[in-house]
Design a protein around this ligand. Sequence first.
Ligand code: AP5
Ligand code: MG
Ligand code: ZN
Length: 214
Amino acid sequence: MIMLGPPGAGKGTQANLLQERFHVAHISSGDLLRGAVKRKTAIGQRAKRFMDRGELVPDDLVLGAIEERLQHDDARQGFILDGFPRTVPQADALAAMLAAQGTAIDYVVSLSVPRDELVKRLAGRRTCRECGTMYHIIFDPPSNPGLCNKCNGELYQRDDDQEDTVLARLEVYDRETAPLLATYRGRSVLREVNGVGSRDQVLARILSEVQRDK
Ligand code: AP5
Ligand code: MG
Ligand code: ZN
């Protein structure tokens, strides 16, 4: 499954819930890249300046990271791609990669959320440093401020959630990623889901879409 949607639409939040339910791998290109930046790998060092500006990292870097991640054992029984593909060349490369393994994408879930709501969601987002669980200081606050409910890990704010960078990321989405929707539209894999409502309401919508016959 692919989770598509603008920054703040809830791709990571919903992918976490789906992973718990279906026990498939949750592969977030953003998390892979942030991990590479933190470890100062060759990919991380090249990716950092694009991420800091809210721009897309060049396709070859992202594709290398995803291809490697898809080889891990936990991806054999299926996977949820979160934040990838994000350009038409990435989508084409993914299709070719999967075809070579005799498989294909079953669903592309596209979450839509109005822009002013996206900005609010990103401004208040906090993420657990240890387990990656997402919170929101107003919409989904942790029981103890600054600490994860699940693992007591420290919550942090992402560098690219500063207001200027958020606006740049939203523009990049409109320009470079929204056109992907047109390529999936008209194919039976696309499921367009309203991303406004509680986390559980959105999850229920996704589940009813993926349980519906193609
Ligand atoms: P990435 O990490 O993918 O960021 P993004 O696409 O900007 O999306 P976000 O992670 O910000 O949002 P989300 O949809 O996951 O929302 P979340 O669930 O957290 O990419 C970061 C950067 O890496 C890019 O800018 C680029 O530089 C690079 N990159 C990554 N992939 C790339 C690729 N394929 N190609 C090139 N470059 C790439 O939710 C947001 C907040 O809302 C949270 O606080 C959450 O608690 C809250 N929330 C969630 N659901 C709800 C709800 N239903 N109601 C109220 N609040 C909610
Ligand atoms: Mg995310
Ligand atoms: Zn945690």
